[in-house]
Design a protein around this ligand. Sequence first.
Ligand SMILES: Nc1nc2c(c(=O)[nH]1)N[C@@H](CN(C=O)c1ccc(C(=O)N[C@@H](CCC(=O)O)C(=O)O)cc1)CN2
Length: 287
Amino acid sequence: MGAQLIDGKAIAAEKRKAMMSRIESMKQQGFVPGLAVILVGENPASMSYVKGKIRDCKEVGIYSELIRFPDTVTEERLLAEIAELNENKEIHGILVQLPLPNQISEQKVIQAIRPEKDVDGFHPINVGRLVTKQEGFVSCTPAGIIEMLKAIDVPVAGKHVVVVGRSNIVGKPASLLFLNLDATVTICHSKTKPLSQYTQQADILIAAAGREGLIHAEDIKPGAIVIDVGMNRNAAGKLVGDVSFEEVKEKAGFITPVPGGVGPMTRVMLLENTLIAADRQNKKSSL
Ligand SMILES: Nc1nc2c(c(=O)[nH]1)N[C@@H](CN(C=O)c1ccc(C(=O)N[C@@H](CCC(=O)O)C(=O)O)cc1)CN2
């Protein structure tokens, strides 16, 4: 293997360890950070992600509540729950696991969460804050990618970052984060042709299109940093990314695995955002 592996699982574990003493000192000051997670329906992947979030909270000492609804729940009921959580002083972060069933507008739900408690960073106010480089909350996956690059000491300023994917959760916020860090950013998507012409120019390539085998060795620059955000099930039912790992690892400088790369960083950044939310709300209430 030519490339160095970026071990997201290990970086996330270190970050969780460091958080524990911060949480301990918060508790000594008399307040406990709290996260509410809302899960609608029984999508097995969503159930497993939510279980992981609750487990992570327990591990580091964050108070958490899991609120479950059947997939027949009305939008009105869900919005009423969020309104209550917005007022709950023990809850500093609110997260609604996506996707939601068709009868519920994701945008309405996201916009019902108070921006101060929007630890997913999906509220338009927080997206606007990211656009204008103001303090807010940033979506956990792109925030986790930046933390990973920090952990391996890779400076971003002046680098050409090519982001493949334009989702609201990953592609768009990742592009803005890199731009705010003075990178030169190119955003590609399903209509970009020919994709390889762009990806071959990337010093840092973010593959976030959700398509197995999208990026091959010939699509990258030798020595590039390759971050694979894809999470796809292959024909054998195995979890794979957007990058053909076995061939790309021979040519890249650094590469993230799937699983064990970006996923664990997404999880740990939710804890980080919850601590930031708790800290800000605590400071505001003691003014
Ligand atoms: N409200 C939100 N909904 C969703 C988000 C989100 O950030 N907020 N992101 C995804 C799902 N997601 C977190 O919610 C998530 C997905 C995967 C992982 C992860 O750790 N993956 C592991 C592999 C897990 C497996 O084996 O299935 C890895 O990559 O190592 C964490 C978080 C959509 N919804």
